[in-house]
Design a protein around this ligand. Structure first.
Ligand code: FES
Ligand code: FES
Length: 162
């Protein structure tokens, strides 16, 4: 019997949805898997694992990124916001409500990632044009909605922000 190689675990300390978390992870573990498996935040979905579908999108220090393209150890010291962090005092955010009201989702697989990109847009005071919204959505694959409801939801969320 050959010897089993010991994997060196690395300590990762980061703030997730406002809470400080510390874990030991394998250096090769993807941030998306870390979020789902080690933090049990399964709202972040994993589709392609190649940076194509956008379903794993989270906020990393305020910017929307694909968590399948990063290792968990690279997120050490960072601030992460996942879809679970959109809930405010136990209530859905206006952004999430706008998605429901505008039929911005069907199966919901793409939705957490799109919500995080939409949330990043909402941090900006300038209302994006339809074309700008479409540009952001071009990084997200949705096979159900045809995107129209998603665009309307993001526009509605901006209207309600006023
Ligand atoms: Fe990350 Fe598809 S799972 S982009
Ligand atoms: Fe099903 Fe977008 S709602 S993939």
């Amino acid at each position: 019997m050959g010897e089993v190689a010991q994997v060196q675990m690395s300590k990762v300390s980061l703030t997730v949805n406002g809470r400080v978390m510390e874990k030991y992870v394998e250096p090769r573990k993807l941030l998306s898997d870390f979020i789902r498996e080690d933090l049990a935040l399964t709202g972040t979905h994993v589709g392609c694992e190649h940076g194509v579908c956008g379903s794993c999108t989270v906020l990393f220090n305020g910017s929307a990124i694909r968590s399948c393209l990063m290792f968990a150890v690279q997120a050490n010291g960072s601030e992460i916001k996942t879809v679970e962090g959109l809930v405010e005092s136990g209530e859905m955010s206006t952004l999430q409500e706008a998605f429901i009201d505008s039929h911005g989702l069907q199966c919901g697989f793409c939705t957490p990632g799109i919500l995080m990109s939409a949330y990043e847009m909402l941090q900006n005071d300038t209302r994006p044009s339809r074309e700008e919204i479409k540009e952001v959505l071009s990084g997200h694959l949705c096979r159900c909605t045809g995107y129209e409801g998603i665009i309307k939801a993001i526009e509605k969320a901006f209207d309600r922000k006023k």
